[in-house]
Ligand binder design. Structure first.
Ligand code: PEP
Ligand code: MG
Length: 322
C-alpha cells in the first residue's frame, strides 16, 4: 500500500474505470499548503480559517486575511482552494467575540449563524476571499459556509458575497454549502439550486444525525460516520446535488477513512478532502477502485441496518483491491 501511495502522489485522482475524483487536503494553516501539494494534494477542499482568528486579542482585519489567503492560493499554484467562512461560536469561543454562554453550544450560535448575526466578522472575510480570488487563477478560490441549515441562510451569504464583489469590482467566487446538518442533507436539492457546490462535513453531520455530541466523552466514542443513517443522508445529498448538476465533496473525517472511500464514490461524491498525511493513501485507493463496483457497494450499504454490517461489506471491497 505504501509503495502504491508514493507512486500515486504525482498522478491525478481517477478510478480504474476513468471517473475523476479530486483528492485534496484539509488545511488548518498557511505552512501546511506546500507540504500538502508535495504529498500529492490536488488542492485544498477545506481551509479551516479559525487558525487566523483564535488565540489572539482581536480579529484579523481584511488586509491580514487577504495576505494569508493569497499566500495559501499561491502555494497551491492554481489548484482549487476552498476557504471556509469562520466556524467559531458555541464550543470554539474567541475572546473578542461577544457571545452569550449557551446550554447547548452545538445547537446554538455557531458557524454561519455567527457571521450572519455579526456582519463585522463576515464582511471583511468575504472581501478578503474575493480579493484573494481576484489575484488567483479564475475560479480557483472558492468560499463555503459552515453549518447551513436553511436555504435562507445560503441566500443571505450569497447576497453579502455579491454585494461585496460589486463594491470591489471583482467577480464573485463560487459559493458552496457545507452539509453538516440533517436539514441541509434532506434539502440538498433546494440548496443545490442556488449554490455552486456542496461539501459534506461528516463530523458534524454524524453528530447531528445520531444526536451524539462530538465533545461529550460519554457518547463521542460511539459516533460512527459509517452508520447507515449517515450514509443515507449522504446519498440524499448527492441525489439532490446531481438534480441540479452540482458536484459534492466530502471534507469531514470520512474522506480520510479508506473503508468509507468506495462508499462515498459509489454514492456520487467526486471530491475527497482528507487529512494531509492521508492524501497519498486515499489517492492510491481511488486509483485502485472501480466506480462501477463502488456503486454496487453503495446500494448494498444503503440497505444495511447497522454500521457493523456496513464495515463488513466495505472491508470485502477494500480487501479485493489491496
Ligand atoms: C465537519 O464537521 O465534518 C467538518 C469538516 O468541520 P469541522 O470538523 O471543522 O467541524
Ligand atoms: Mg463541522
Amino acid at each position: 500500500r505504501k509503495a502504491a501511495a508514493q507512486a500515486a502522489s504525482g498522478l491525478e485522482g481517477r478510478t480504474s474505470d476513468g471517473l475523476r475524483i479530486e483528492v485534496c487536503a484539509n488545511l488548518g494553516k498557511r505552512s501546511e499548503a506546500a507540504p500538502a501539494v508535495a504529498n500529492g494534494a490536488e488542492g485544498c477542499g477545506l481551509l479551516r480559517t479559525e487558525f487566523l482568528f483564535l488565540d489572539r486579542a482581536s480579529a484579523p482585519d481584511e488586509d491580514e486575511q487577504t495576505a494569508d489567503y493569497t499566500a495559501i492560493a499561491q502555494a497551491l499554484d492554481g489548484r482549487p482552494l476552498i476557504i471556509r467562512l469562520l466556524d467559531i461560536g458555541g464550543d470554539k469561543p474567541a475572546p473578542y467575540l461577544p457571545m452569550a454562554a449557551e446550554e447547548n453550544p452545538a445547537l446554538g450560535v455557531r458557524g454561519i449563524r455567527v457571521g450572519l448575526a455579526q456582519r463585522e466578522m463576515l464582511v471583511p472575510q468575504l472581501r478578503a476571499v474575493l480579493r484573494a480570488g481576484a489575484g488567483a487563477a479564475a475560479g480557483a478560490v472558492k468560499v463555503m459556509a459552515p453549518m447551513i441549515a436553511r436555504v435562507e441562510e445560503l441566500r443571505a451569504v450569497r447576497a453579502a458575497l455579491d454585494a461585496e464583489a460589486a463594491k470591489l469590482g471583482v467577480a464573485a467566487v463560487p459559493l458552496g454549502v457545507m452539509v453538516e446538518t440533517p436539514a441541509a442533507a434532506v434539502m440538498a436539492d433546494a440548496l443545490a439550486a442556488e449554490c455552486d457546490f456542496l461539501s459534506i462535513g461528516t463530523n458534524d453531520l454524524t453528530q447531528y444525525a445520531l444526536a451524539m455530541d462530538r465533545g461529550n466523552p460519554a457518547v463521542a466514542g460511539s459516533i460512527d460516520g459509517l452508520d447507515p443513517a449517515v450514509l443515507r443522508l449522504i446519498g440524499l445529498c448527492c441525489e439532490g446535488a446531481q438534480s441540479h448538476g452540482k458536484w459534492v465533496g466530502v471534507c469531514g473525517g470520512l474522506a480520510s477513512d479508506p473503508l468509507a472511500v468506495p462508499i462515498l464514490i459509489g454514492l456520487g461524491v467526486t471530491e475527497l478532502s482528507a487529512a494531509p498525511a492521508m492524501v497519498p493513501e486515499i489517492k492510491a485507493l481511488v486509483r485502485a477502485l472501480s466506480a462501477q463496483d463502488c456503486r454496487g457497494l453503495a446500494s448494498a450499504v444503503l440497505q444495511a441496518s447497522s454500521a457493523a454490517q456496513v464495515r463488513v461489506l466495505a472491508t470485502q471491497m477494500i480487501e479485493g483491491v489491496a
